[in-house]
Write a protein that binds this ligand. Structure first.
Ligand code: ATP
Ligand code: GLN
Length: 149
């Protein structure tokens, strides 16, 4: 692979060139998370409104006198971000930084391999389809280029 920057990523299994990072988050953390992702050069993100049930047990935010209802799924948002392998850890770190409150219900992140990426407009596949104008890879090449000169 001729990536122009170091591969610092973990050895995710099964091994693939691309991974989907799926994060289930509190809706009110979406804006800080997406701003931080944009800032680091992540351009392709899909967001879905979902409802979920975890350790939080479908209860409201836990506080004294809280209302418990076993059948109520909580409103969450799901972010899906497909990135090349060496960008996975940075994406995960950013999501945790911005989404974590330390309370039950902060959410969870799932990482899974992606076999291929196809840009519909151009028919590009693989790394060409994954790279985006002004994306993270482009930003890092620029930084390295100016460091070297
Ligand atoms: P084009 O250059 O043809 O506009 P593009 O690569 O910029 O292609 P879009 O067609 O703008 O991609 O993407 C359409 C939708 O696909 C986005 O709104 C987003 O929901 C989703 N998407 C694109 N790239 C990714 C990605 N890497 N991860 C997750 N979702 C993505
Ligand atoms: N990895 C892509 C890039 O560096 C960005 C992918 C994404 O935004 N999901 O251009």
């Amino acid at each position: 692979k001729d990536y122009s920057f170091e591969d610092q990523s973990q050895d995710y299994k099964p091994s693939a060139d691309f991974y989907k990072v799926e994060a289930v988050l509190r809706p009110w953390r979406l804006s800080p998370v997406s701003s931080a992702l944009l800032k680091m050069g992540i351009r392709g993100v899909t967001v879905t409104d979902v409802r979920g049930f975890g350790a939080q047990g479908g209860s409201r935010e836990r506080q004294a006198g809280t209302e418990f209802a076993g059948d109520s799924f909580l409103q969450k948002v799901k972010l899906e971000i497909v990135v090349s392998k060496e960008q996975v850890d940075a994406v995960i770190d950013t999501i945790i930084d911005q989404a974590r409150t330390g309370e039950i219900g902060d959410g969870k992140i799932f990482v899974s391999p992606v076999a291929d990426i196809i840009r519909i407009r151009t028919g590009e596949r693989g790394l060409q389809a994954e790279r985006m104008a002004g994306g993270r890879a482009a930003m890092q090449v620029t930084v390295e280029g100016s460091d070297g000169n």
